[in-house]
Ligand binder design. Structure first.
Ligand code: IMP
Ligand code: MG
Length: 179
């Protein structure tokens, strides 16, 4: 499996340091309020688990599963809700936690859905963003790292549901997904 990745782009230590900063910033920004942290399955699970433990204000955790990718590395532009929230978010401050913003299609669509449910606010927190591939304009409120246009795995991010457990973020070798 280590042979499938070409280089480590972001180490687990760099991620850990960044996640502490992000958690502190979120705690300050939402001070005195109550937050619903919405994790997008499955990619955001590891990031969310580390992030919420750095947030010092009261919060709820809920999850949504959407599909935008199937098994390819290109966004289809079609976003489907596979699993919806358990909670009502009406009147709540919602923070969507995502692994990566690539074209932006997934989050653009999700933002609209969650705003329609009359949330008090909806903001976006992502570990990674790839600005080179953005297709729609979206405002990312909290971003960990800007990365170049390469397909990455690890720290929750997958290719065909593999590699999510790798502790850092790695570039996947092209031959793995073009063969
Ligand atoms: P978007 O709708 O194009 O922004 O796609 C977002 C989703 O695509 C993310 O939640 C990931 O699941 C997936 N994705 C985009 N780029 C990568 C990557 O480099 N590695 C792994 N998954 C990715
Ligand atoms: Mg994802």
């Amino acid at each position: 499996m280590q042979n499938d990745v070409s280089k480590c782009l972001i180490s687990r230590e760099q991620i850990a340091e960044k996640v502490v900063q992000m958690g502190q910033q979120i705690s300050r920004d939402y001070s005195g309020r109550e937050l619903v942290v919405v994790g997008i399955l499955k990619g955001a699970v590891i990031f969310l688990s580390d992030l919420v433990r750095e947030i010092s204000i009261p919060l709820y955790i809920d999850f949504m599963a959407v599909s935008s990718y199937g098994s390819s590395t290109e966004s289809s532009g079609v976003v489907r809700i596979l699993n919806d929230l358990d909670m009502s978010i009406e009147g709540m401050d919602v923070l969507i936690v995502e692994d990566i913003v690539d074209t932006g299609l997934t989050l653009k669509y999700l933002m609209e859905i969650l705003k329609n449910r009359k949330a008090a606010s909806v903001k976006i927190c992502t570990l990674l963003e790839k600005p080179a591939r953005r297709k729609v304009d979206i405002n990312i409120d909290y971003n960990g790292f800007v990365i170049p246009d390469e397909f990455v795995v690890g720290y929750g991010l997958d290719y065909n549901n593999r590699y999510r457990h790798l502790p850092g973020v790695y570039v996947l070798k092209k031959e793995v997904y073009t063969s």
